[in-house]
Design a protein around this ligand. Structure first.
Ligand SMILES: *Cc1c(COP(=O)(O)O)cnc(C)c1O
Length: 395
């Protein structure tokens, strides 16, 4: 099946002899399951027979979502978690289980992920080396110097939209005996599939494009065959599982992922082109830009014609005060911290994702006081343009 059909069909409609088949997966709230014979339960609990026994181990609604995600990401197995952050925690723990307790991580990753590495993993003696993953020489050096058990990166970085050479980094990870974990939230499996490029585990904040409507907090871990069982074991013991209702909403969201994401990418491209010519805009960051520093990786890894639904731009001469004023003037675009929703969202990194980074470090990362990020929604592009235009005009 093609991606557009998989999103609608995979995981759904379990057939059982003689029983009616629901056309969509029901929300199954039961935490406990029993069988006609206790001997069956014994075998299920002993992993000799497949089946449900207890909600922390597996739930039918979650399993349907997990099967869907495994198929979309070309993985071996998936776990639906309560948030994107819990997905990242489980993925990193699975990667480090029987490997050196050191992580080489991209230096431009989601703020809370840096917090997770430094404040949660750090105190348990997991060292972290941050590196620019778009500089392969630097990655090679970091691996040689720190002997990591895991390499962590995002398929598309935030907010400057850099795209590292996952294929090459996967090769380096493999020869160093490290697992490559990739956060694929920004790209979605429609734009790029890191497991096909050699990554071992990918994670999503399902809160974003997968669920897609701003009403679910969730995460997904998709693993290759060597990590799926460790991920499941950790989840059985820690229990950061997604609730069945959120699982249902995420599946419902994914059914329209292909439609939404295509439209969002189209809108982002239109916005990027319009903003590039706007007198109040200094610079636009978008992946379709011919002069993009990672144009080569974009061409190699992205699905043809899909350059992503996120763009960033610098407002000419703006400081914090004038950017906040610009945000207050938006009438339709939502000035919130998320992305991937059907409505267009505008984020100001300085007060949100990059709030806890020192001004000096931010400057070094190329994130200026006048930079804002737009996650295009599915609205008519004319309306998004009109809203940004009136807000920019009166800055
Ligand atoms: C939002 C986000 C996360 C965290 O996900 P939550 O669902 O908020 O826990 C991780 N990585 C990226 C790239 C994100 O955008």
């Amino acid at each position: 099946m093609k991606f557009e059909s998989q999103v609608v069909h995979a995981g759904d409609r379990k057939r059982k002899q003689g029983l009616a088949v629901p056309s969509t997966t029901p929300i199954n709230l039961s935490t406990t399951y029993f069988y006609e014979s206790a001997a069956t339960l014994d075998r299920v609990l002993g992993h000799e027979e497949e089946g449900f026994s207890y909600g922390r181990y597996a739930n039918p609604t979650n399993v349907a979502l997990e099967e869907l995600c495994t198929e979309l990401e070309h993985g071996h197995g998936s776990l639906a978690t309560a948030s994107g952050m819990s997905a990242i925690q489980i993925a990193l723990q699975a990667a480090l289980l029987d490997r050196s307790h050191h992580i080489v991580a991209s230096n431009s990753i989601y703020g809370a992920t840096i917090g997770l590495l430094d404040q949660v993993f750090g105190p348990y003696d997991v060292g972290v080396t941050y590196v620019d993953v778009c500089d392969l020489k630097a990655v090679e050096t970091a691996i040689a110097e720190s002997n990591p058990g895991c390499i962590f990166m995002e398929s598309v970085s935030n907010p400057l939209l850099r795209v590292g050479d996952i294929e090459q980094i996967a090769r380096m990870a493999k020869s160093a005996g490290a697992a490559l974990v990739v956060d694929n939230t920004f790209a979605t499996p429609m734009q790029m599939r890191p497991l096909d490029l050699g990554a071992n585990i990918i994670v999503h904040s399902a809160t974003k494009y997968l669920a897609g409507h701003g009403d679910v907090l969730g995460g997904i871990v998709v693993s290759d065959d060597t990590h799926a069982e460790s991920v499941r074991m950790l989840s059985r013991l820690i229990g950061p599982v997604l609730g069945p209702f959120e699982s249902y909403l995420t599946m419902r969201g994914i059914k329209t992922l292909a439609l939404r994401f295509e439209r969002q990418c189209q809108n982002a491209k239109i916005l990027a082109e319009w903003l590039s010519a706007h007198p109040r805009v200094d610079r636009v960051y978008y992946c379709s830009d011919a002069g993009h520093p990672d144009a080569c990786n974009i061409k190699k890894f992205f699905a043809p014609g899909l350059f992503g639904a996120i763009l960033s731009f610098e407002i000419k001469g703006a400081n914090k005060e004038s950017v906040l004023r610009f945000m207050d003037r938006l009438k339709m675009v939502v000035p919130g911290t998320s992305l991937g929703d059907v409505h267009t969202l505008l984020l100001y990194p300085l007060i949100a994702s990059h709030r806890n980074i020192s001004p000096k470090m931010r400057e070094r990362m190329g994130i200026r006081e006048n930079l804002v990020r737009v996650a295009a929604g599915i609205e008519a592009p004319e309306d998004i343009i009109a809203d940004l235009d009136q807000a920019l005009g009166s800055i």
